[in-house]
Design a protein around this ligand. Structure first.
Ligand code: B12
Ligand code: SF4
Length: 472
């Protein structure tokens, strides 16, 4: 297999017995006794960059904040290292910032290297943390080896350099990911693969086949800060899954792409090769958009029927055209209902044949600036209309990097602070939003309003959705 070769340099510090630590970030305790299933997913940025480092002879140890249950415990684990390396996303910024302070207290001469999404979208906040000695903005594949071995050659803000295509990425060495940190969790984790979360049987293999979604939804628009790159070839994706299966046994797959259902020619090749070449037709989770399902319904149907796409994540977000416009979603209520009806039809047919029915993982956003009560009722109506669904509901969060996030931050309306970027489901995120209304909405208080115009069967479904609120 072709492998991209990074320039090899003998790291002088290696000869001096350097101690470098990669710190995996997340809430304390999430690898001990996790708050929920999604806190256990492993970090592909960390996996990729550590794989590149180790393949180039640059060794690092791993510690995870998720494996610690207190900051004191973390402090003891940070002791004695020369270098701390972290992948900082906005939602892990508070943890990164605190960990860097602790690291410097115990290792005053140690160096802290950071990179990741938050560096790309909120450089000012990163710069304000004096403990961050180097801050890499953008992809790190082509700078990580030099940066770690010769940090003194780089300015404080380091421009990242990435591969042109994901074909150049090495296969992640998953044993470089942190381990579950309690015996109880280890039993069901299947490390170095991942545990099941209701989307398919364990062990779960998470993979990325594409890096950027080209759309411009105002709450996300990641293509404004993630450089475009070629998709991973279908053969490489299948080879990796087969390799993992031979080594560890794969139960199901999660394709972590922001947008799996893009590039019809890639998808056609996937339909042609996955059923033929994969060791098993593992069911998988992957994401699509309602407008493209409507544009390519046959492709959508073939993927479900022929490749076992069993959990279909759709960013429906809202059931109201007004709000979909505010979000620049470029999807309409009609697109959403087209997609829902299409899946109902396919799923009913598969069930009639005695086969398992695919379901939606339905992303829904509420508490969006400009949303009226009637808009919110329409969204809940759409959700109740879905027959086979795992709802994932979030109150809108103004992340930097996104157009709407930047706007609300500039207007002083964001309630996300550097001490508390990490959003808990019912946290209040934007000034001026009536969160009490939304809590009552999800508790079923407005059932009568929501049920208006819904078919009898849908009306009978519960309007209690508080437990579907997820971190956002
Ligand atoms: C998979 C994924 C998830 C998974 C798993 C997360 C995980 N453990 O990794 C799940 C589903 C759990 C998830 C959840 C959430 N996610 Co998410 N997720 C992603 C996604 C689609 C892929 C991440 C990934 O693996 N990327 C590929 C790797 C290779 O890239 P990378 O980690 O950025 O690393 C590269 C560079 O940053 C750099 N780099 C990184 N570290 C370092 C360090 C150094 C020293 C250097 C030099 C370079 C460097 O080099 C790497 C290689 O190029 C991204 C979007 C995307 N396309 O990246 C969103 C994304 C990261 N998620 C996001 C958000 C907001 C969330 C949520 C809050 C909810 C939501 N809206 O989705 C939750 C919160 C989770 C939590 N624990 O609280 C945002 C983050 C925005 C931000 N400003 O940080 C993103 C960008 C999506 C978006 N556009 O909104 N997510
Ligand atoms: S919300 Fe979904 S469709 Fe919109 S830009 Fe983000 S990943 Fe793409």
């Amino acid at each position: 297999m072709f492998r991209f070769v990074w320039p090899k340099r003998t790291p002088p510090s290696d000869q001096g017995g350097s101690q470098r630590l990669w710190l995996d970030l997340g809430d304390l305790g999430d690898l001990v006794n996790p708050a929920g299933p999604h806190e256990q997913w492993q970090d592909h940025g960390l996996g990729l960059l550590r794989t590149i480092l180790h393949q180039n002879g640059v060794m690092t140890d791993i510690v995870s904040t998720r494996a610690c249950t207190s900051w004191d415990q973390l402090q003891r684990k940070l002791h004695g290292y020369d270098m701390l390396i972290m992948n900082v996303r906005s939602y892990t910024f508070p943890v990164a910032y605190r960990a860097a302070k602790i690291f410097k207290q115990v290792n005053p001469h140690g160096l802290v290297l950071t990179g990741g999404m938050h560096a790309a979208v909120a450089l000012d906040e990163m710069l304000a943390v004096e403990e961050f000695d180097k801050i890499c903005q953008g992809p790190g594949e082509e700078v990580i080896v030099d940066l770690v071995t010769h940090p003194q050659d780089f300015p404080r803000v380091v421009p990242g350099r990435g591969a042109r295509t994901m074909a150049e990425w090495p296969m992640i060495d998953r044993t470089l990911w942190p381990k579950p940190a309690s015996r109880k969790l280890a039993r069901r984790f299947h490390w170095p693969l991942e545990p099941e979360c209701g989307w398919g049987p364990a062990p779960v293999a998470t993979i990325l086949t594409s890096r950027v979604c080209p759309w411009q939804c105002v709450f996300c628009n990641e293509n404004s800060y993630i450089p475009n790159m070629g998709r991973r070839p279908v053969d490489m994706v299948i080879d990796e899954l087969n390799y993992l299966d031979r080594k560890y046994g794969v139960g199901s797959v999660v394709i972590h792409d922001s947008m799996f259902f893009q590039n019809p020619s890639w998808l056609e090749e996937w339909i042609e090769k996955y059923p033929r070449k994969a060791n098993k037709l593992w069911p998988y989770w992957a994401a699509a958009r309602a407008d493209t399902v409507r544009q390519w319904p046959h492709l959508f149907e073939a993927l479900i029927r022929e490749t076992n796409w069993m959990t279909i994540s759709i960013g429906f977000e809202s059931g109201s055209d007004r709000v979909l416009k505010i979000l620049n979603k470029e999807c309409t209520e009609e697109d959403n209902y087209f997609t829902i009806d299409l899946l109902h039809r396919i799923a009913d047919d598969l069930e009639r044949q005695g086969k398992p029915a695919p379901i939606f993982w339905s992303n829904i956003m509420l508490a969006i600036p400009g949303e009226t009560r009637e808009d919110a009722f329409k969204t809940m109506r759409m959700l109740k209309y879905m027959r086979r669904v795992m709802p994932s509901i979030a109150f809108y969060a103004p992340y930097p990097g996104s157009a709407l996030g930047y706007q609300l931050i500039a207007e002083g309306k964001s309630l996300m602070t550097k001490e508390n970027y990490h959003r808990f489901p019912d946290d209040e995120k934007v000034k001026g939003i009536d969160y009490q209304f939304y809590r009552e909405l999800l508790s079923g208080k407005y059932d009568d309003e929501i049920n208006k115009g819904l078919p009898e069967l849908a009306r009978r479904r519960s309007s209690y959705f508080m437990d579907a609120l997820s971190k956002a």
